[in-house]
Design a protein around this ligand. Structure first.
Ligand code: IPD
Length: 298
């Protein structure tokens, strides 16, 4: 119910801030020590703080909501395989933007999502470096609280129509899969969008530009607030997108998963473990088609 979600939101917001304090402490420690490990390759980084923050979040969520299931990036890396059911399930990335975290680039967040009936129903993203907290519950709108100011409803300004991709500021990421296929595929898309007007994007011109924040979740937040028109990525995991997707949807954005399946259909395992996501800023009905068109072009 709305009352239950609002109570869970209060708890997860406080927990995200607590996790954020540990992230800040960890950032100093890791930058001083350089202690990090590689997962599948030399750009897929993990630190002891990814594990410590996840332990903190998992411990507190399990104590407060013992019947809820839990999916987390580091638990998954350690072998946990929670299958997605209709039961309430927390979906957590303790440090989204680990590469930023180890470099001190201040786009890092803890991402706490809640899925119920296989749909994201609550999301909290907290970037402790900038003290930015994005939050949403299903049906309640999306909000951004920045540096102690009261939460502002998203998007921050009324969006103007986006006539074509050629006027868009687009969020992209190279991600951690650097296989030749992936790099070529993404590189071709980026070239088409950024620098090849003759080949044409939707509308026949290049996009205004591309941006990389280095955190999938914060890209969702940035589209939700209106700073990016669109974010497109191949290679996300459920914990990268769960909280961000409900925040973006509640801000009026279109969120679509792999195989063109909109995320507001059932979040089936395929979508959650899908490889391709797109989120497009607040759009009217007629622009939903452009979203689909954009997705085909990307
Ligand atoms: C990664 C970041 C990155 C995105 C990858 C994610 P992590 O998450 O969000 O921006 O390109 O797809 O896996 O490893 O920093 O939690």
């Amino acid at each position: 119910s709305a009352a239950e979600l609002s109570e869970i939101l209060d708890f997860t917001v406080a927990l995200a801030r607590k996790a954020g304090a540990l992230i800040l402490e960890g950032s100093e420690a890791i930058r001083a020590s350089g202690a990090m490990d590689e997962k599948k390759n030399s750009v897929d980084l993990v630190t002891e703080y990814d594990v410590r923050v996840e332990e903190l979040v998992k411990r507190e969520l399990s104590a407060k909501y013992p019947s809820f299931k839990f999916i987390g990036e580091e638990s998954y890396a350690a072998g946990a395989r929670t299958s997605l059911t209709d039961e309430p399930t927390f979906c957590v990335d303790p440090i989204d933007g680990t590469t930023n975290f180890v470099h001190g680039f201040p786009a890092v967040c803890v991402s706490i999502g809640l899925i119920s009936g296989k749909r994201p129903v609550l999301g909290v993203l907290y970037n402790p470096f900038l003290d930015q907290l994005y939050s949403a519950v299903k049906g309640g709108g999306a909000f951004l609280a920045h540096r102690g100011l009261p939460p502002a409803r998203l998007p921050l300004a009324k969006p103007r129509p986006l006539p074509s991709l050629s006027q868009a500021l687009i969020g992209i990421e190279w991600g951690s899969d650097r296989s030749a296929d992936m790099v070529n595929h993404k590189g071709e898309s980026f070239k088409r969008l950024e620098g090849n007007p003759a080949e044409g994007v939707v509308g026949g011109r290049m996009a205004h530009s591309l941006r990389s924040l280095g955190s999938a979740a914060l890209n969702f937040g940035m589209v939700a607030q209106g700073g990016l028109d669109l974010y497109w990525e191949i290679g996300c995991w459920p914990w990268d997108i769960c909280a961000g997707s409900i925040i973006a949807q509640e801000a009026g954005c279109l969120v679509a998963g792999s195989h063109n399946s909109p995320l507001d259909n059932d979040v089936n395992q395929e979508v959650l473990e899908g490889r391709k996501y797109i989120v497009i800023r607040a759009i009217g009905d007629s622009e939903t088609e452009k979203g689909t068109e954009a997705q085909k072009r990307l």
